[in-house]
Design a protein. Structure first.
Length: 277
């Protein structure tokens, strides 16, 4: 049996399952992570691919793919919040986390009770936190139960944290969230390397250094991209499967975020900042 076949027989815990009778390899009864040796970016392939990403939106698309390949549901990349910072959104660089979750998190000031952020300030090694363990910790407001319920509804029962830093020494993290399941050591090591390269690329593009406080959602970037391509709100709505009213809302909101006077100027500013190409 060759190495590729052995890799395909690794279960979620990272161990090869062997038959007790004859020692032959067998598949586990339940596969909890959709990873194969074909899907995963092996060796230095991911580094060269990340280096070719040109805009923040390119990185969002890349991270969406990586998130799915490794069995997670959503990601968030941020600089590590200072102790006095109260809102996670203020330090978020890019994310495909549902907006209502991030808004709820900030409205309840959950950053003050974040085990993950506290550990990020204390370590430079990757770690994971289970939702049920975080729930058991005391000191949180009663309303936090609503946020935990929202996480469960979205299937976000576990968060894996990968600490990173930029060339100027600024510390950050790539956070992947999804169902509860163990992460093989080989996968954790690979994700840590991907996190390092992605954060470095974000810094090179300027998303980290130029304006950390301006956070554009995935939908806002999509609407800007199609606006730059000459599409009307009605056409963008058809492409993205949204209502025209929703598209206009995204475009008006992002125009204000970028401190632009109109959509055309918003597109120009977004290009200069590296959000779109």
């Amino acid at each position: 049996m060759n190495v590729n076949h052995l890799l395909a027989l690794l279960d979620r815990s990272g161990y090869l399952i062997a038959d007790d009778c004859d020692g032959t390899a067998r598949m586990p009864d339940m596969i909890t992570m959709a990873m194969t040796d074909i899907d995963l970016p092996r060796g230095g392939d991911f580094a060269s691919e990340i280096a070719r990403l040109e805009t923040q939106f390119d990185i969002i698309r890349y991270m969406r793919r990586i998130t799915q390949i490794f069995g997670f549901k959503t990601f968030l990349i941020c600089s590590i919040p200072a102790v006095e910072v109260e809102r996670l959104s203020a330090t978020t660089v890019i994310s495909n986390m549902p907006a209502e979750l991030l808004n709820k998190y900030d409205s309840l000031s959950m950053l003050r009770f974040s085990t993950g952020v506290r550990r990020l300030r204390e370590t430079t090694t990757p770690f994971q936190i289970l939702l049920e363990d975080w729930e058991k910790e005391g000191g949180k407001p009663d309303a936090a139960a609503d946020y935990f319920a929202m996480l469960r509804e979205n299937g976000l029962l576990q968060a894996n944290y990968f600490p990173v830093h930029d060339a100027e020494g600024g510390r950050g993290a790539v956070i992947l969230m999804g169902p509860e399941a163990g992460l093989p050591m080989t996968a954790a090591m690979e994700l840590q390397m991907i996190a390092i390269h992605v954060y470095n690329r974000l810094a090179e593009i300027g998303s980290v250094w130029k304006n950390t406080n301006t956070v554009l959602s995935e939908r806002e970037i999509q609407c800007l991209n199609w606006t730059a391509a000459g599409k009307t709100s009605s056409e963008i709505a058809g492409i993205l499967g949204l209502s025209e009213h929703t598209v206009n809302h995204y475009l008006n909101h992002v125009t204000k975020k970028l401190d632009a006077v109109n959509r055309t100027q918003a597109v120009v500013k977004a290009m200069k900042k590296g959000y779109i190409s």
